[in-house]
Each structure stands twice: as structure tokens, then as C-alpha cells.
Design a protein around this ligand. Sequence first.
Ligand SMILES: C[S@@+](CC[C@H](N)C(=O)[O-])C[C@H]1O[C@@H](n2cnc3c(N)ncnc32)[C@H](O)[C@@H]1O
Length: 234
Amino acid sequence: MTDQHEPTTSQPRAPSEREIEAAHAIYTPRNLKLYDFVVHGFSNRFAWRCPTRALDAHYETNLSSNHLEAAVGTGFFLERAKRPGFDRLTLLDINGSCLEEAERRLAGYGPDLLQASLFDPVPVSQPYDSVGLTYVLHCLPGAMTEKLAVIDNLKPAMHGETVLFGATILGQAIKPNLAAKALLSTYNRKGVFHNREDDFASLAQGLRDRFDQVRVWQEGCVALFRAQGLGAGE
Ligand SMILES: C[S@@+](CC[C@H](N)C(=O)[O-])C[C@H]1O[C@@H](n2cnc3c(N)ncnc32)[C@H](O)[C@@H]1O
């Protein structure tokens, strides 16, 4: 699907510490053991109707050997990408348990770890050739315009040709089935998701405001994106 929707507008508002905490508190060591199966095994297929292989393909196409994975979770996609190696791989997450789990799985690549919030400027001095931002925007509190401030915080990690890619579950202009409706309702109530107002057009516009080359497309309830050429509009 192409970006045919009109962006929704909403009043900017800074997320509270409590909202930021709620968005990642669920990722305990115990829950992380179930995460891959629940999210990428079950929900992608039966609720979000975005096959995990579409996300795998996204990684295969866009992953470079100088990569930053922002909000790494368990490291699921990097592990499945089965790259022979990386010149430089950094795993970023606000949640220490996620970093531990992802480091364990990706130990063979000798990744650097960065425990940081995407709501703060990312403390890196050298840019990467690719940055992954998968399944985190829908968790973050705030309207799409506020969430996309995390891309501005990632600027120190990007040069003019860096590819930013990822995916996010939308809450607007989708046709959720019963499973998707139930998950959206539960996760938004618990503060794990904040995506009731997230729409395709606002995401696409926010990316176009920042990058020269933007591609956004939709699979089921999920928007996948690729953006390159940081500096648009500056
Ligand atoms: C739904 S998981 C996605 C994990 C992984 N990218 C994937 O696709 O499987 C969301 C991730 O975002 C992280 N996260 C949530 N809020 C964050 C923030 N403010 N800064 C950095 N990471 C955050 C969580 O700890 C968790 O690892």
C-alpha cells in the first residue's frame, strides 16, 4: 500500500518518565524467553498480518557491516540475518535485560552495548552505515511527531548516506482482526504500546521531513520504512 492517507495532527507533549518506563518494563528476563514466539512467531502472522519473513527480508536488504540496532530487544532479526560478521555492531536499548539477552545471542559478533533512552541524544561519536529501528515506535509514548524526535536523537549515529530502516505497528487506518483488536486494546491499556493515534501518513511525512529518500509501505497493520539522505529540510 502507498501513503495515500492524510496525516493526523495532534498537540506535541513531552512523555513522562512513568510513560517511558512503562513502555519497556514488560521486557523482564522471564518475558524475554517468550518474546520471540509471542511477537514474531504468533502475533506477526495471526494479529498484525505482517509475516516475519517480510521483516527478515528488510534486514537482509538494509543491514550493513557497520550497524547500530536501536531498541534491540532479544536481537531476533540480527541473529536470523546470519551475517558472517560485522566491522562494527552496536546494540542499544533502555532495558538492561534486553541488552543482556541480545548480547548473549550475538556474542559471536562481539557487539558494543549502549544502555540509553531514545528520548535522549544517542551518545556515539562515529556514525554507522545502517540503523535499525524495529517495533519500537509503537511502544513509545506521545504522538507520532513526538516519537519521531527519537530520529533526531539518532542523528549523531548517522551520516548523510546512512540507511535508517525498521517497522512499526499502526493504530489508525488499519483493518485489525479480532486478535489484533484484543492485543491493541490490552497493550495500550497497560502502556506497553502507545499507538492508538499512529498513522501511516504522519510516519511517512515525519521521515520525509528528515530524509531525502523515503520509502514506507504497509503489510497488514505494520508500516515498514527505509530512509536515507539525512538532512532534508535543513
Ligand atoms: C517490541 S520490542 C522490539 C524489539 C526488537 N527491535 C524486535 O523487533 O524484536 C521494543 C524494544 O524497545 C525498547 N525500548 C522501549 N522504550 C525505549 C526507549 N525509550 N529507548 C530505547 N529503547 C526502548 C524495549 O526495551 C524493547 O527492547
